[in-house]
Design a protein around this ligand. Structure first.
Ligand code: ZN
Length: 133
């Protein structure tokens, strides 16, 4: 991938990460608020629901942050935009839509099919991932 493109992806990812960090900060405050005991029983019921929602949101944010950080690392070590599974280039269109993608569209499709086949199993880890570490 060209330096210029890598730079623009790095900017995109950094911006996404900043935004997520800000949102995560907000979620943390909301979790804290939801944890405060309330005297109103109606309020308490909705707090439990909020809490569940917030914790799931926080979990999702954390996972996405890890993915973004990994993508930034791949930019640094020169493996960004290369499919972990087959080693082919991931199309730029796909990367623009989803810069954290680690699989080309074909392998992604393959993975989704096999995930449907083998439910609850660990996601496949590509050995090439370890080679680059
Ligand atoms: Zn692939």
């Amino acid at each position: 991938m060209r330096q210029r493109d890598l730079k623009s992806f790095r900017k995109l990812l950094t911006r996404q990460l900043d935004q997520l960090l800000m949102e995560a900060e907000r979620t943390k405050d909301q979790v804290k608020e939801a944890e405060e005991p309330s005297s109103d029983p109606m309020d308490q019921a909705s707090t439990v629901l909020d809490m569940d929602f917030l914790l799931r949101l926080r979990d999702r944010e954390r996972k996405l942050m890890v993915k973004i950080k990994e993508a930034l690392e791949r930019i640094e070590n020169g493996t960004f935009g290369i499919c972990e599974e087959c080693g082919e280039k991931i199309s730029e269109k796909r990367l623009r839509a989803r810069p954290v993608a680690t699989l080309c569209i074909d392998c992604k499709h393959e993975q989704e099919v096999s995930e449907k086949r083998v439910r609850h199993s660990e996601p496949r880890k590509s050995p090439t991932l370890w080679l680059h570490m």
